[in-house]
Ligand binder design. Structure first.
Ligand code: CO
Length: 215
């Protein structure tokens, strides 16, 4: 069995390496964090937020759960978003999915996995609503990958529908929400081009405040 001792050794090496490059790095970080980005990603161990986008500790605020979901009643995720937006005043919220997501795959199969099925049912809901979009998929892998994209788009909308994001827009805070997808096969990120930065882009029924003008 692999020992956890190795992790402490790694940690010392890592901290020494950072200090060698920038002696005041940890001193500065201990005083404050001021990340510009909130990352909402999958818990999958192959999708580490900081590494993928080449950011150091202190530069990105991170929330991860199975299948990168933003559920209206998930106090954990909502609390992260609130802190990131209202206190840290991040400028970008990135929902990042990944192809071949195990959570998405599990949701598309008629199998029991335990408690997590209740969490994954949100993905089934999205799939059920847009089933006809999947008829061109040649196999299960393609269906899963397309569903991974649809899931990101849905979660971006869920972020925009929160009172937190709409309150920020209402007070004129600069805040953009993005949907990205990461490929484990080649390590490359892709922008799904579903970025939102204004309440007018949100369907009327989801707006928390009346808005004039275009929809
Ligand atoms: Co995943």
């Amino acid at each position: 069995m692999a020992s956890t001792k190795k992790l402490f050794e790694n940690n010392i090496e890592w901290a020494e390496k950072i200090k060698a490059e920038d002696p005041l790095f940890f001193q500065r970080l201990a005083q404050q964090q001021s990340p510009e980005y909130l990352w909402i990603g999958c818990s999958d161990s192959r999708v580490p937020a900081n590494e993928i986008v080449g950011l150091l500790p202190g530069e990105i605020f991170v929330h991860r759960n199975v299948a990168n979901m933003v559920i209206h009643t998930d106090l954990n995720c909502l609390s992260v978003i609130q802190y990131a937006v209202a206190v840290l005043r991040v400028k970008h919220i990135i929902v990042c999915g990944h192809y071949g997501c195990g959570g998405v795959a599990a949701a598309l199969r008629p199998e029991r996995h335990g408690l997590i099925d209740n969490w994954l049912r949100h993905i089934k809901d999205i799939y059920f609503r847009s089933q006809e979009e999947f008829t061109a998929c040649v196999d299960e892998a393609e269906r899963i990958d397309l569903m991974c994209e649809y899931n990101v788009v849905e979660q971006v909308a869920n972020v925009c529908h929160t009172t937190i994001v709409q309150d920020a827009w209402k007070r004129g805070q600069e805040l953009m929400v993005h949907g990205w997808i990461y490929s484990i096969r080649d390590g490359v990120l892709r922008d799904l081009e579903v970025s939102f930065d204004a309440p007018e882009q949100v369907p009327e029924v989801y707006r928390q405040y009346p808005t004039a003008g275009r929809r």
